[in-house]
Design a protein around this ligand. Structure first.
Ligand SMILES: Nc1ncnc2c1ncn2[C@@H]1O[C@H](COP(=O)(O)OP(=O)(O)OP(=O)(O)O)[C@@H](O)[C@H]1O
Length: 372
């Protein structure tokens, strides 16, 4: 077997701060050239600490950090083939755009003509030629974001590290810059590692997402898989809009795992092996739930079409706003389930308040995960 050289590898990386806080625990990740990776998780889960350890701004307490097969734990930030973009961009306000971008090359004492050529090239690439000689403090948030990106890229890093780079922008600008960032990354083929606590951003941009919780990795998956096949209760609650029913495994039927829950027997698919009696949760994405009116009967047919996955419920609220129907449905256990769909699916008047309904979902759209 030949050993493939990866762009970035983290082996059992750990960080304990001087005050004893274990910020990162047993972090394992292998990243290939040109991948776009997001670290996603709630505040304090260790995302920034991990990014800063990769950049060299934070010492590593344990484990090995490798870039292209070489251990770089003890190499200083300036000597690493990485560049970091900070949330506040850390630009020099009184310097011109050109000089801000050229700063990293000046530190490397690059010869002037070469330096200017590189700066000009990146100014053009990011559409900053017109503001090249303006002071940074005279520019908009979007422009400052682009300058920070240019400054990170001009040194031609193997890996660009981005700490919530879009956090300071308003929602519309964020969307625009998201797509620019993705295009730029594809074009340059540079590996990006990106920290965010906004799941929509991670889902939109990344090839793979590392979900962290309390210093540990919960799951590493491509966005779609994270959304449709969560591995842990934390991920099921953190990503998307899922309803979770706890229960115990009660055999297999037609290739699906049967789970005995307080609301009856439900069928789903497990990511790994499960055995009879295992404590599990059935995770059902809101998008997978169909709401059926029961005034005309037909409960048996609905149950048959969804392999028995049917839950009796009541309409709590039903509103149509523009093209979207919003439903709030009361489950038998007292919880409320919020659903949205196009108005064509649930037209105005489809459900009177308090109407009994059947919620149905296909077993292949539900994931059975270990309860702990
Ligand atoms: N310099 C420090 N000294 C001691 N503890 C720290 C230090 N920096 C961070 N921590 C702690 O380490 C843990 C991880 O922090 P970190 O900033 O990496 O989380 P994060 O996921 O990036 O959070 P956020 O999204 O809020 O930036 C937290 O408990 C935090 O309080």
């Amino acid at each position: 077997m030949t050993d493939m050289i990866h762009d970035l590898e983290l082996y059992q990386i750990g960080k304990v701060y001087d005050n004893g806080t274990p910020a990162v625990i047993d972090f394992n990740l292998t990243v290939d050239k040109g991948e776009f990776i997001a670290f996603l998780g709630p505040s304090g889960c260790g995302k920034t600490t991990t990014l800063r350890m990769i950049a060299g701004f934070e010492s590593i307490s344990s484990g090995n950090l490798m870039v292209r097969g070489e251990r770089i734990n003890d190499i200083g930030p300036a000597q690493r083939p990485t560049s970091m973009i900070f949330q506040n961009y850390a630009l020099f306000p009184h310097m011109t755009v050109r000089n801000n971008i050229g700063y990293g090359l000046d530190v490397k004492r690059m010869e002037k003509a070469q330096r200017n050529a590189k700066v000009d090239r990146i100014l053009e690439k990011l559409g900053l030629e017109d503001v090249a000689d303006k002071r940074c403090d005279k520019l908009s948030g979007g422009q400052r974001q682009r300058i920070a990106l240019a400054r990170g890229l001009v040194v031609e890093p193997d890996i660009l590290l981005l700490d919530e780079p879009l956090g300071a922008l308003d929602a519309n600008l964020r969307k625009t810059i998201q797509s620019e960032l993705k295009l730029l990354q594809r074009e340059l083929g540079v590996t990006f590692v990106f920290v965010t606590h906004a799941q929509s951003e991670a889902l939109a941009l990344s090839d793979r997402i590392v979900v962290m919780n309390q210093g540990r990795i919960e799951q590493i998956s491509p966005p779609h898989q994270l959304y449709t096949r969560p591995n842990t209760p934390f991920v099921a609650q953190f990503i998307g809009r899922n309803t979770i029913f706890k229960g115990a495994v009660k055999g297999h039927e037609k290739g699906h795992v049967m789970v005995d829950t307080p609301l009856g027997l439900l069928a789903g698919d497990a990511n790994g092996a499960v055995a009879d009696g295992d404590a599990v949760s059935v995770v059902i994405p809101a998008e997978a739930v169909e709401v059926h009116a029961l005034d005309k009967g037909g409960r048996d047919a609905i149950a048959e079409a969804s392999s028995g996955n049917i839950i009796d419920a009541r309409i709590h609220r039903f509103d149509v706003v523009g093209h979207i129907s919003h439903l709030s449905v009361a489950l038998p256990d007292g919880r409320m389930l919020a659903l949205e769909a196009h108005v064509d699916k649930y037209p105005p008047g489809a459900f009177p308040v308090d109407a009994p309904v059947a919620l149905a979902f296909k077993p292949e759209n539900a994931t059975v995960i270990p309860a702990h």
